[in-house]
Design a protein around this ligand. Structure first.
Ligand SMILES: *Cc1c(COP(=O)(O)O)cnc(C)c1O
Length: 416
């Protein structure tokens, strides 16, 4: 009584998160039994070189000995106390080394929860209600941010998930990514009603689309002038790009930073942080309520610490160099094969867009060839390479990807 047919009998849609169901690429999803280093192993024992890496949450490699040891040691001492612990303080201190702007931190059990709480905090601090997000930006599944990225609808604030009241969606404005003029027009009209602007400083949930530096700089200026908060959702980028995240790369200081994924070492986690002055609005010090039975869970904190404590600018330099030479070779192959594929990257994440043009926003993304991606995805899968099962996701490298493994990918790329 195992497998995909059985999963569909007992789990909604057979999964616990929609993209896992392979709807975007067709076919039955891979059912994974275990993972080690850069590889996933399915229930039949077939091995896949993993470029999804739990959607970017794995940085060193699967089942890294340091992380396994940390989790095992913690499990022996108990898995949840519902009290303050020194482990959560230790992880917060570790994060502050890389993100000095996060003077005070609060941990949650998922990125979604951190985003939801950060929005409530921004609204509580500013006593304003309107929030701004960008087309193609994903911030988890909180009501206020599940708002359609479609042009005409966006301005009407129509939601694209059933079950999100229009009244919530009306308070969210969706603007085009990398469009400075649209942001200026919005702020002129609604700046004074705006609690916050939230964005991925390098978008990774519509495929990898870096923000233009002048776009981020203008958002910083506009929010500051209007008394709105700027929130960087660095759940993916935080520990993926470099030590200190996108805010370090772009040299822009957001008011609130959101982290997740890598900081839990592969266990459930989220975090948000800001200046003490902003964070003091949270309960128990302030009036903005936020809580969680398993928040700061000792297993997640220990796993996170096992990963973060070994990181440095040097670690990222090495990983990113490996990525750069890998992509250089991939581009050479694609050019030789005459394929209209544009690879966009940042740090150790990349997306193959099946289009000849540069991608700057969600509209560009939508113009790429999803059918070509589907074919490509399944060829790679048959050859033992697991990519995220959607054309508009980021793929990732981890420390465990060795030269040999990257060459395997390139050989298959050459033959497709
Ligand atoms: C994954 C992700 C989230 C949501 O995190 P969950 O842990 O899945 O709830 C939020 N923002 C960004 C940018 C993400 O990539």
């Amino acid at each position: 009584m195992t497998g995909w047919a059985e999963a569909q009998k007992h789990l909604a849609g057979g999964v616990n998160s929609p993209v896992r169901a392979f709807k975007a690429v067709g076919g039955d999803p891979v059912i994974v039994k275990r993972a080690k280093g850069a590889y996933l192993y399915d229930t039949s024992g077939k091995r896949y070189l993993d470029f999804c890496l739990s959607w970017g949450a794995i940085l060193l490699g699967h089942a890294h000995p340091k992380t396994v040891k940390a989790i095992t040691a913690q499990a022996k001492n108990g898995t949840s106390f519902g009290t303050a612990t020194d482990t959560e303080t230790a992880l917060a201190r570790e994060i502050k080394k890389a993100f000095p702007g996060m003077d005070k931190i609060r941990f949650t059990s998922s990125g979604t929860e951190a985003v939801m709480s950060a929005l409530r905090l921004a609204r509580g601090v500013t006593r304003k209600n309107r929030v701004v997000k960008f087309e193609g930006g994903y911030h988890g599944h909180a009501d206020s941010l599940l708002v359609k990225a479609g042009s005409g609808l966006a301005t009407l604030g129509l939601s694209n998930s059933a079950g999100v009241p229009e009244d919530f969606a009306r308070l969210t404005t969706v603007l085009p990514y990398n469009d400075i003029e649209a942001a200026r027009v919005y702020f002129k009209k609604c700046g004074q009603e705006t609690a916050c602007v939230i964005l991925e400083p390098i978008a990774a949930n519509m495929g990898v689309v870096p923000a233009k530096p002048e776009f981020l700089a203008e958002l910083r200026r506009l929010t500051q002038d209007a008394g709105a908060l700027l929130i960087f959702d660095e759940v993916i980028t935080g520990y993926r790009l470099t030590y200190g995240g996108a805010q370090h790369l772009y040299k822009i200081k957001p008011d609130i930073t959101i982290l997740g994924k890598i900081i839990g070492g592969g266990l459930p986690v989220g975090a948000f942080g800001a200046s003490g002055q902003i964070m003091d609005h949270l309960a128990p010090n302030g009036p903005v309520y936020q809580a969680g039975t398993l928040s700061g869970n000792p297993l997640s904190m220990a796993a996170g610490l096992s990963v973060l404590s070994g990181l440095s600018l040097n670690f990222y330099r090495e990983l990113n160099q490996k990525m750069a030479s890998f992509l250089k070779e991939a581009r050479r192959i694609l050019k030789k094969r005459g394929r209209a594929v544009n690879i966009q990257e940042a740090g150790s994440m990349f997306t193959l867009f099946f289009t000849g043009r540069k991608i700057e926003n969600f509209k560009d993304v939508c113009a790429s060839d999803t059918k070509a991606f589907k074919t490509f995805f399944h060829r790679m899968l048959r050859a033992g390479v697991y990519l995220p099962p959607s054309a508009f996701e980021a793929s990732f490298l981890c420390q465990a990807h060795s030269q040999k493994e990257l060459e395997h990918f390139l050989r298959i790329l050459y033959s497709t």
